[in-house]
Design a protein around this ligand. Sequence first.
Ligand code: PLP
Length: 399
Amino acid sequence: MPDATSLFDTAKQYLYPNYRQPDLLFTHGEGCRLFDSSGKSYLDFYAGIAVSTLGHNHLELVNAISTQAAKVLHLSNYFYNEPNIKLAAAVCKLSGMQRAFFANSGAEAMEAMLKLARRHYFAQGQLDRHRIIAFDKSFHGRTLGALAVTGQPKYREGFGPLSTVTHVAYGDVDAVRGALGQDVAAILVEPVQGEGGIVPAPEGFLKNLRSVADEAGCLLLADEIQTGVGRTGTFLAFQGAGVRPDAVTLAKGLAGGVPIGAMLTSEELAGSLPPGTHGTTFGGSPLASAAALAVLNVLERDALMKRAQSLGSYLGDALDSLVTKHPKVALEARGLGLMRAVELAAHVEARPLLSQLRDAGVLLTVAGGTALRFTPPLTISQAEIDECVAIVDGVLGTL
Ligand SMILES: Cc1ncc(COP(=O)(O)O)c(C=O)c1O
């Protein structure tokens, strides 16, 4: 076993101190469990922030990565590579979109989509169409472009000036209509706000946004970096709402833990970023593509999207029961598929609660500052959900 204490000392000396990790060293994972350097086991209901779609040490994912690593890791976009071509076809089929561009992270996929929106209208001679309408409490990433569309002051503070974006209340179509103008290139929306607190779009909202965008002649852009790849029960959450955006971003769960990002577009937008206007050295690498292909194969073969629906409802019901049982500390349960949250009462401090839960053997995160977030691997079992809920129940009972 590694000497955890000495590693923590080294971390405190050399790692850039922009995060607040606890003194805890995970050494390996198996299925939906992680193990620390003392051998203690934890139920993983955060999945590396909604990334580990197949859990840990999944045989097919491990095999796909090692087999590809032994063939070729990297080529750059100077040349085609087989896994990437197959991945492009697979994500387009699953999502109903027509073109796929690959990047290395969510924020990078967002940059591609924001550049696409601008360049689309530039190519039509509409140089003033650059404003984006986005939503309060949205989160789209940490690069300057992605920050500009993120609707949360705590992430934006100190990084201005950012490009022109109008933020309106999530779910309010009239506010979107009121913000429209000749300079609007796109409306950008998360179908379930993730970092904002796991807030599903109200009924009909995404359909209405599609109509508003069509009437205004602007694009409808979807950020499915957290919701995508089956987490809400359909490959895209937009498909669950019966709506097709003009472009959509994916990342997080797509390659089950290997860094990847993707922007999928309609055929109409295929000419909007011609050669030379956008690119990346690592995007679409054979390694990341092989990993993503393995994830998508298992997703389909094991019907994980159906599981996300049924086990998601099961988890949702269990969280509702927790709210009923602990009304003084838990106010509401909400979410879609295996993307769920419990809103905590104002007096409950989220951070200490997370470490109490960790000590009790469950890994969760906080979303929106005040909600406990549950985003387990899509391979989670009903028994593991029961185990997690029982632990959370016990911990809430001590508050
Ligand atoms: C909806 C959404 N968009 C964008 C991002 C940014 O992704 P990344 O951290 O990979 O840059 C995130 C990350 O949490 C996200 O949840």
